[in-house]
Design a protein around this ligand. Structure first.
Ligand code: SAH
Ligand code: SF4
Ligand code: F3S
Length: 481
C-alpha cells in the first residue's frame, strides 16, 4: 500500500538469515509501520481472518492472528477491517467458489477505506490457475502467499506495506518447519497442535498432497515442548493434527510411531484430553489400539474415513485398504473399546461408481453404525488422477445416491444418540449456551454435546454431569458435585 514510512530505529542492513529470528526482526519493522498508519488513521488498525476448510487451516489462522496482534493490529468482529485475510481451502470446488464470491464484496469495502489491505493464503493459492485469476481479475488484492511459507507472514506484510503492487510469494514445496513463532489461540482451554505437515498418500481424488506438499513430521521434543507450554497456559484438551497421523514419525531422523508419541504426550501434567485427526485406516496399528485402550487421556472417539465401501473403488481411489480390512479394524477397535464413538468421511459418485459399489458403501455404514458421518459429493479436482478418469457419474445419479446415504447415516446416528443416558460422565465446558444463558454447553470424551445449567466461570473446566435425557443429537444434563 506504499505510504512513505519512516524507519528510524531499525537497521535494515542487518537482516537475520536464521529463522525464527528473521521473522521477529520483520515483526519489529511491521509494528513500526502499523503504528505510523494508526497515527494517520487516528485509531488502531483492525484485522479479520476468515478461515475456510479443515482444522489445519484453523490452526494456521491462529498463527496469522498471533503475528497480526504482535505487530499492533486489533481483531475486528467482521470483514469491515483494515486487513482482511482469507485462509482458503480447495478440497472441493464449492470451497473455491465461495472465495471468489466474497472477494467481490471486499473490493467495495476497500474503495471506501484507504488503509485497507487484503491478503489471500492457504491451499487454493498453491494452484497456479487461481493465482493467475487473482492477478488478472482481482488485482485490488495486496498479498498472496501459500501453505509452505506461512511462517514468513511478518516479512510478507512488510513487503506488502512497502509496495504499491500485489505481492505474490508461493513455494512449490518445502522441507522446512519453523518453530517458536507467535500463536494466538481461539479457545483458552483447547488447542490444535500440528504433529506433521503435508501428505504422501495421493488418494486419486484428492488435491491435498499437491497443495500441502510432502509429508513432514515435527520432532517429538518440539511437540512435547509446545504441549507443555499450552498446559502451563491452562489448556486441558489438545487435538493432534495431521493428514495421516498414523504415519507420524516415519521420516524423522530417529523414527518414532504415533503410539509412542501419544505415550509421551500422556505424561504431560495438566493435559486431560487428547484427540487426534485424521487416522488413515491403512496405517492404523494394533499398537495404537492398545495405547488408546490403556490411556486415561485419549478421548473415546476415532475418526476413521471410509471414503467408499467398495473394495474395487477403494483400489482406484488408491486408499490401500479394502472393505474387509476396514471392517476388521472396526471390529478390533470395538473389541478393545466397546463404547468408542466412530465417525467417518464418505465420498459419493467417485468416477465409475456403480449401483453395486454404492450398495457396498451402504453395507459398511449399516454394519459399522457410525455415530456420525460427513458425506461428500465427489468433486473433480484438476491435476488429480481421478479428474481425467472416464465414467464420471451423472449428477442426478450421484444426487439420488447421496440422499439415500444421508438418510441412512442420519437414521443410524439418531438411533445411536442417547446410548449414554443415565450415566454420569466428565464434560469439558466450552461455552455459554447461545439460546439460553442459564445453560452451558460442553463435550463428552466421545465428542457428544451436553447442555446443562451452569455459569460462565465453568468454561474451560471439566464437570461431572448426569446425562438426564437425550434430545435429538445432544444431551441435557445436571452437574453432580
Ligand atoms: N487426510 C484425510 C482427509 C482430508 S480431506 C484422510 O485421508 O482421511 C477431508 C475429506 O474430504 C476426505 O476424507 C474426503 O472424504 C473429502 N474429499 C477429499 N477430496 C475430495 C473430492 N475431490 N471430492 C469430494 N470429497 C473429497
Ligand atoms: Fe487426501 Fe488421501 Fe492425503 Fe487424506 S490421505 S489428505 S484423502 S491424499
Ligand atoms: Fe482444505 Fe487444505 Fe484442509 S484443501 S481441507 S484446507 S488441507
Amino acid at each position: 500500500m506504499k505510504q512513505n514510512f519512516e524507519l528510524k530505529l531499525i537497521d535494515k542492513q542487518n537482516i537475520p538469515t536464521e529463522e525464527p529470528e528473521r521473522q521477529y526482526y520483520f515483526m519489529d519493522i511491521a509494528k513500526n509501520y502499523v503504528a505510523q498508519l494508526a497515527e494517520k488513521k487516528g485509531a488502531p488498525l483492525t484485522f479479520h481472518v476468515t478461515t475456510f476448510g479443515c482444522q489445519m487451516n484453523a490452526r494456521d489462522s491462529e498463527k496469522l492472528t498471533g503475528i497480526l496482534e504482535r505487530i499492533g493490529y486489533v481483531e475486528a468482529e467482521d470483514e469491515k477491517a483494515d486487513f482482511v485475510i482469507y485462509n482458503t481451502c480447495t478440497v472441493r470446488e464449492n470451497a473455491n467458489n465461495k472465495v471468489y464470491g466474497r472477494l467481490g464484496y471486499l473490493s467495495g469495502y476497500k474503495k471506501k477505506n484507504p488503509f485497507m489491505m487484503i491478503g489471500l493464503c492457504g491451499c487454493m493459492m498453491q494452484e497456479p490457475t487461481v493465482v493467475e485469476k487473482i492477478r488478472t481479475s482481482y488485482s485490488f488484492v495486496n498479498l498472496v502467499f501459500g501453505t509452505h511459507n506461512i511462517y514468513k507472514f511478518a516479512e510478507l506484510i512488510v513487503n506488502a506495506l512497502e509496495s504499491e503492487r500485489l505481492t505474490i510469494d508461493i513455494w512449490k514445496d518445502t522441507d522446512k518447519i519453523v518453530e517458536d513463532l507467535p500463536v494466538e489461540r481461539k479457545y483458552s482451554f483447547k488447542s490444535g497442535v500440528n504433529i506433521m505437515f503435508g501428505c504422501n498418500n495421493f488418494c486419486s481424488y484428492c488435491i491435498v498432497p499437491y497443495v500441502r506438499g510432502r509429508e513432514r513430521s515435527r520432532e517429538a521434543k518440539e511437540i512435547v515442548r509446545e504441549i507443555e507450554r499450552l498446559a502451563t497456559d491452562g489448556v486441558k484438551e489438545i487435538m493432534l493434527l495431521g493428514q495421516n497421523v498414523n504415519s507420524y514419525g516415519k521420516n524423522l531422523e530417529t523414527p518414532m510411531t504415533f503410539a509412542e508419541l501419544l505415550q509421551e504426550i500422556e505424561k504431560i501434567d495438566g493435559i486431560e484430553r487428547i484427540r487426534f485427526m485424521t487416522s488413515h485406516p491403512k496405517d492404523l496399528s494394533d499398537e495404537l489400539i492398545e495405547t488408546m485402550k490403556n490411556s486415561k487421556k485419549i478421548c473415546n472417539h476415532i475418526h476413521l474415513p471410509l471414503q467408499s465401501g467398495s473394495s474395487r473403488i477403494l483400489k482406484i481411489m488408491n486408499r490401500r485398504y479394502d472393505k474387509e480390512h476396514y471392517l476388521e479394524l472396526v471390529r478390533k477397535i470395538r473389541a478393545a473399546m466397546p463404547d468408542i464413538a466412530i465417525t467417518t468421511d464418505i465420498i459419493v459418485g467417485f468416477p465409475g461408481e456403480t449401483e453395486e459399489d454404492f450398495e457396498e458403501t451402504m453395507d459398511v455404514v449399516r454394519q459399522v453404525e457410525y455415530d456420525s458421518a460427513f458425506t461428500f459429493i465427489y468433486s473433480k479436482r484438476m491435476g488429480t488422477p481421478a479428474a481425467t478418469m472416464e465414467n464420471q457419474v451423472p449428477e442426478d445419479v450421484v444426487k439420488e445416491r447421496f440422499d439415500r446415504l444421508l438418510k441412512l447415516v442420519q437414521d443410524i446416528s439418531a438411533k445411536k444418540a442417547g446410548a449414554l443416558t443415565g450415566q454420569t460422565l466428565p464434560v469439558l465446558v466450552e461455552e455459554r449456551n447461545e439460546q439460553d444463558t442459564r445453560l452451558v454447553t460442553g463435550k463428552l470424551s466421545n465428542n457428544s454435546t451436553v447442555h446443562f445449567e451452569g455459569s460462565k466461570d465453568m468454561i474451560g473446566t471439566i464437570q461431572n454431569v448426569y446425562l438426564e435425557e437425550c434430545k435429538g443429537f445432544y444431551y441435557m444434563g445436571k452437574v453432580v458435585s
